[in-house]
Design a protein around this ligand. Structure first.
Ligand code: ATP
Ligand code: MG
Length: 277
């Protein structure tokens, strides 16, 4: 069977807005509920997605890394299986030297540097339906290589912010990169994320976002949920109680991401119907 997986990068140039949460939950949803072959590529030297997914798969030691893959020009060998349908290319702190690695590989070819990840992902696309990239919150080689490797950007929109700056900066930068490198890149959707416990969605901001970005803004809002926090420590789970029913907090946590995924799929079908990607 031949596939050609789409590549998604989840972004915002602000730290701690829930990017890694979105990557890991969407990937889990895609693999477990949709039965899609799914890969997470962790581009963040902090390795948050790596920790969460390792816990999810009860993996205690990881001997592979994106750093090795970049050095040896082969990411296929660095794939680590997590659970059925879900694989990971793990990050480690050595990946903080990404810029150095790129310059050493291609001393005089900036173009080759920024497209290196795209090049390395190419042979993986035929094995996966969906590839999600997790990035650190900086304008850097991490964001550039990820954006230029991606078909679509998914943007996390903080609804408690007093402005849409985070998202606007990200989209403007994405456009700049796409133009500069003549690359095809679209915003698949903006996900309203409400991180403060007990906070409420700022309807004003949401309204502004909808005026500016129209239907790109998802109707689903991800609220603060204690269970989503617990997944950081215990790994992502879907526990069934003695009656064979899914634990209600797991159900709630997964339902919201199932809704997000469904909306994103609709957007993607629309883009694909335009023949853009
Ligand atoms: N909907 C949610 N409910 C409760 N906690 C959440 C939710 N989304 C994210 N969190 C928690 O908020 C913190 C930040 O989330 P996350 O690590 O996903 O952000 P990030 O944007 O990837 O951060 P960084 O910029 O450092 O990479 C984490 O502790 C995470 O568990
Ligand atoms: Mg993160």
């Amino acid at each position: 069977m031949s596939m050609s997986g789409k590549v998604y990068v989840v972004g915002n140039f602000k730290g701690g807005v829930g990017k890694t949460k979105v990557v890991t939950m969407l990937a889990y949803q895609s693999a477990v509920t949709k039965n899609k072959k799914t890969l997470v590529v962790d581009l963040d030297p902090q390795g948050n997605a790596t920790s969460v997914l390792a816990r999810t798969g009860n993996i205690t030691s990881i001997d592979k890394s994106i750093t090795e893959g970049f050095k040896h020009e082969n990411l296929v060998d660095q794939v680590t299986n997590i659970i059925d349908n879900l694989d990971l290319i793990p990050a480690n702190t050595a990946f903080r030297n990404l810029s150095k690695i790129l310059i050493e590989k291609y001393p005089d070819d900036e173009n080759a540097q920024v497209f290196y990840l795209r090049e390395l992902l190419e042979p993986l696309k035929e094995h996966y339906d969906a590839i999600y990239i997790d990035v650190p919150p900086t304008i850097s080689d991490y964001s550039d290589t990820a954006m230029l490797a991606a078909d679509y950007c998914i943007i996390v929109l903080q609804t408690q912010e007093l402005s849409l700056d985070g998202a606007s900066t990200y989209i403007a930068y994405m456009q700049y990169l796409a133009d500069t490198y003549d690359s095809n890149l679209n915003v698949l959707g903006l996900i309203p994320m409400m991180l403060r416990k007990g906070g409420r969605v700022d309807e004003e901001i949401l309204q502004q976002a909808k005026e500016k970005y129209g239907n790109n803004v998802l109707n689903t809002v991800i609220n603060y949920q204690e269970r989503l926090k617990v997944y950081d420590v215990e790994g992502i789970s879907m526990k069934y109680n003695v009656n064979g029913k899914l634990d209600m907090w797991d159900k709630k946590a997964h339902q919201v991401f199932e809704n997000v995924l469904a909306e994103l799929e609709e957007h993607e079908q629309y883009f694909e119907s335009l023949g853009i990607n």
